[in-house]
Design a protein. Structure first.
Length: 332
């Protein structure tokens, strides 16, 4: 089917999504319009894409130029924007998280999409990182998995996400992400991806503990996960940090370990040690391919949505654990 995509938002994530759309552009997939509450940024993105700009989503939908939207707006707006798009008959690609504070809102949006026969795909781009793919490819060699550790940060010295197209000082990037308390807590906004990859590597999570230490314009947090089977993992994230940006993951098991950091790996198994570089991957392109496969029936869209909801439930439980300062079980 043909996808004529309207960009809802014109900030950081919207530019990454727009680049992916241009990369995969064809007779069946293209950017068709832009809407943003910021006419300057929205107009510039529209000019870059060669498409019309609309001052509001209502004007965009009324023009009849799109049958799908990419929603890349502040997190607190996701539920309202997704619902509006689905009610107007649009297929939806939404940045994570689908909802911030109430898991039932996310379930409601999934049910609405299913009733309308529409795609609802939530971007989980780090699933397609070369780092994470390497972990998945080699986890069986590690024997029984015991521990996992992930540390991510970026800020004044740049980003660990080398292919994002931005460089330099990240302290001014998306101030709402760090400062806007209406967006929900730092755990849901930042730890979603880390929880996702450890669920994929170690299996489902049965309990969580967390710490959210957002203060003075800097957000930092830690999440501890206990997986079914007894393995323990931890995730730490900070933004914007003054030092060197990091994206490091370590997985240890009974037979060896894997360490990946910003495109490099060290694999130590059975007395042998290998190291090398991993290929660069545009994860936004890979994520867009998943949406296309869902629409074409080549990928189980219901299973993708169920996995997204499960990850959101774990992440929201971690958010609550941080607020209540206690270990919480994750509901089935």
């Amino acid at each position: 089917m043909e996808l004529r995509i309207g960009m809802v938002g014109a900030g950081y994530a919207a530019h990454l999504r727009a680049r992916a759309i241009r990369t995969l552009a064809s007779d069946q997939l293209r950017a068709a319009a832009v809407t943003s509450r910021d006419p300057g940024r929205g107009g510039r993105l529209a000019e870059e894409l060669g498409v019309p700009y609309f001052a509001s989503p209502e004007q965009l939908y009324a023009a009849g130029k799109v049958n799908a939207v990419c929603i890349a707006v502040p997190n607190r707006l996701h539920v309202r924007m997704v619902r509006q798009a689905l009610e107007r008959g649009m297929h939806v690609l939404c940045e994570y998280p689908l909802a911030l504070e109430d898991y039932r809102q996310a379930e409601s949006l999934v049910r609405l999409a299913e009733r309308r026969g529409l795609a609802l795909h939530v971007g989980q781009t780090m699933n397609y990182d070369a780092d994470h793919r390497f972990l998945l490819e080699h986890r069986e060699e590690l024997g029984r998995l015991y521990l996992g550790y992930k540390y991510m940060s970026f800020g004044a010295l740049g980003s660990w996400y080398a292919q994002d197209g931005f460089s330099g000082d990240y302290r001014g990037l998306g101030s709402w992400y760090v400062e806007d308390h209406a967006r929900g807590g730092w755990i849901v906004s930042s730890h979603y991806h880390g929880i996702q990859i450890f669920r994929r590597v170690f299996g489902e999570v049965e309990s969580v503990a967390a710490l959210d230490s957002t203060a003075d314009g800097v957000s930092a947090g830690s999440v501890l996960l206990r997986h079914r089977g007894g393995a323990g993992t931890s995730i730490q994230w900070g933004m914007p940090m003054q030092g060197q940006p990091f994206n490091k993951t370590i997985v240890s098991g009974s037979e060896g370990s894997v360490e990946v950091e910003s495109g490099r790996y060290v694999l130590a198994v059975g007395g042998r040690r290998e190291q090398g570089e991993l290929p660069a991957v545009d994860t936004f392109v890979e994520d867009l391919k998943v949406l296309v496969e869902e629409l074409e029936g080549r990928r189980d869209a219901a299973a993708e949505r169920a996995d997204m909801l499960r990850n959101l439930r774990v992440t929201m439980t971690a958010e609550r654990a941080a607020a209540e300062r206690r270990v919480l079980k994750v509901a089935d």
